[in-house]
Write a protein that binds this ligand. Structure first.
Ligand code: NAG
Ligand code: NAG
Length: 546
């Protein structure tokens, strides 16, 4: 297992362990990272662009961690603008302070630093981190996160001969500031200029494999705008993991990966010795963008040949069909030794239903996006800090309805929905638009119990998978369709629920779920970290530990 952490002296470890004692569990090991965030020239599509680099790298360094490890990540912002990193899929148990979105955490000002203290508590699987402010995600500063199982916890497949990360996504030649001006002026983003795999375009990566061996590919869609299809010429993909869930090991010839989603597949190099295309292409777009990398058999002298194999494009039915085949392996272990299936999510009756409908209203003559007619606007003070210091006037709980109000009208609001700790909730994402949606919930994984077309009704529950669907943190919603999820609200905090389509997210298709308990116990939630940056109306407050 490789890692690129900087291990500091034990004296500093002791100091930091004391410093962060309120937010990390002392018996679990620590890993330390120092990240310098800078601008740098990148040429992913052949033209020079200003990228955002981490330690000089685009994409950023990969994080390798083991279940329950503590990650101490010091981020130094050398940009001329505020910066934050968020961690797609890391659940931050009791600790939404570390989530790194503008509703939980003050931006790191230019020239300053902030140390995140994360813990992959009871988690395994494949995820990624990304810059959460502005359109920074269009310039880089994203990277893979791999959470490995602890030694002795069974993994339901033989250890592969290699573990290959694919960060794929659409890409724009316009810089992140230009893209931000486009959306802020009330226009839609242009169609992307291309696709990248690990920061490179056409045949920009070579993955070398030995004939007869099996490799794990972890694929994440880190793009801004489009669903992707992934495939490898002449090879089968055996699905083994989806955002921390071990799946039934079905084989596919190609896999749809929606915005923000991550999948692991096993690929056996069982074909004649030569080179093959690794392909990603856009899904559900009239113009299809494609890019390739090379799967190189180690003793091959024959380069890739023929056209890259085509994949599905506009067809939706096949995507829905595939989505329904992605299921939990009930007997496989997850992060703990006991089988995943020993948690019977289908037997837990939700106490209420939240229905979330996306829309694309014009507000004050500008294109916005909304949830239940509310288009989110960021407050001057992070919600989490305002809540902690009881600063009035920043937000109010219930500022977004829990079901659609009808119509395509919208209004601007700092939207916060209330929920109680330990509530079990059914969330129905209802999509009346013609585009595929991708929804992410921070702080949780949820069970995707159903996909259906048209309007969801209580009768739709008759077709739920209450036995073996996967738990994950990002789900797609097909055009004019619904997706239903079950979620056990066992993590107190202020949690971002957002579109993973970055223009939609930026223009308001997001809100925060405040999972609340009146208890002030450390068992339920950590207090504000001592090193928290303070901004807005929280500036100058004193962060007292308990
Ligand atoms: C990091 O930030 C803290 C608080 O803002 C500051 O005290 C410290 O000197 C900074 N560290 C470095 C190495 O710049
Ligand atoms: C489920 O996991 C078990 C390991 O617990 C494995 O032996 C089995 O092959 C898996 N089943 C499927 C259908 O993937």
């Amino acid at each position: 297992m490789k890692s690129n952490n900087n291990v500091v002296s034990s004296y500093l470890i002791l100091f930091l362990a004391t410093f962060f004692f309120t937010s990390v569990t002392s018996e679990d090991p620590y890993k330390f990272f120092t990240w310098k965030v800078t601008y740098g020239d990148i040429y992913p599509l052949g033209v020079k662009q200003q990228g955002i680099l981490i330690n000089g790298q685009f994409p950023g360094p990969q994080i390798d961690t083991v279940t329950n490890e503590n990650l101490i990540i010091s981020v130094f912002n050398y940009l001329s603008e505020p910066f934050l990193i968020s961690w797609n899929g890391i659940q931050h148990r009791r600790n939404s302070w570390q989530d790194g979105v503008s509703g939980t955490t003050c931006p790191i000002p230019p020239g300053r630093n902030f140390t995140y203290t994360l813990q992959a508590k009871d988690q395994i699987g494949s995820y990624f981190y990304f810059p959460s402010l502005g359109m920074h995600k269009a310039a880089g500063a994203f990277g893979a996160i791999r959470i490995w199982s602890r030694p002795g916890i069974p993994v339901p497949f033989p250890s592969p001969s290699g573990d290959i990360t694919i960060l794929a996504g659409d890409w724009f030649k316009l810089g992140h500031r230009r893209l931000r001006r486009v959306v802020e002026s009330g226009h839609n983003l242009p169609f992307p200029d291309g696709l990248l795999i690990n920061g490179r375009g056409w045949n920009g990566n070579t993955f070398t494999v030995d004939q007869g061996r099996t490799y794990r590919f972890r694929i994440s869609n880190v793009g801004l705008a489009t669903s992707l299809n992934f495939r490898i010429q002449g090879h089968r993909l055996k699905l083994v993991e989806v955002e921390g869930s071990h799946t039934l090991q079905n084989t596919y010839s190609s896999l749809d990966i929606h915005l923000g989603q991550s999948y692991s597949v096993l690929v056996t190099a069982d074909q004649p010795v030569k080179d093959y295309y690794v392909v990603v292409s856009t899904r559900f777009t009239r113009r299809v963008l494609t890019t390739t990398s090379i799967l190189h058999y180690s003793n091959s002298r024959i380069g890739v040949s023929g056209p890259a194999p085509p994949g599905p494009t506009l067809d939706i039915a096949s995507s829905v069909f595939q989505a329904r085949t992605i299921r939990w392996n009930l007997t496989a272990s997850g992060p703990r030794p006991n089988p995943q299936g020993s948690y019977h999510y289908g037997l837990i009756k939700p106490s209420r239903t939240i229905m979330l409908a996306n829309s694309a209203p014009y507000i004050n003559g500008k294109q916005r996006y909304a949830v239940n007619s509310v288009s989110y606007i960021a407050p001057d003070t992070p919600l989490k800090l305002a809540d902690y210091f009881n600063i009035p006037g920043v937000f109010y709980v219930g500022s977004i309805p829990t079901s659609p109000t009808g119509g395509n009208n919208g209004y601007l609001q700092t939207a916060v929905m209330g929920a109680n700790f330990h509530e079990n909730v059914e969330i129905v994402f209802q999509n009346w638009e013609n585009s595929v949606q991708s929804w992410h919930i921070d702080g949780y994984s949820f069970f995707v119990v159903g996909f259906g077309s048209g309007q969801w009704t209580p009768d739709s529950r008759g077709r739920y998978n209450l036995r073996d669907t996967v738990a994950r943190c990002t789900t797609q919603v097909y055009p004019r369709s619904w997706t239903a999820v079950y979620i056990a609200l066992d993590n107190v905090g202020m949690w971002n629920i957002r579109s993973e389509n970055w223009e939609r997210q930026y223009l308001g298709q997001q809100f925060y779920l405040r999972v609340y308990t009146p208890s002030k116990s450390l068992r339920d939630e950590y207090p504000v970290p001592k090193n928290a940056l303070l901004c807005g109306r929280a500036s100058g407050r004193v962060t007292r530990p308990f």
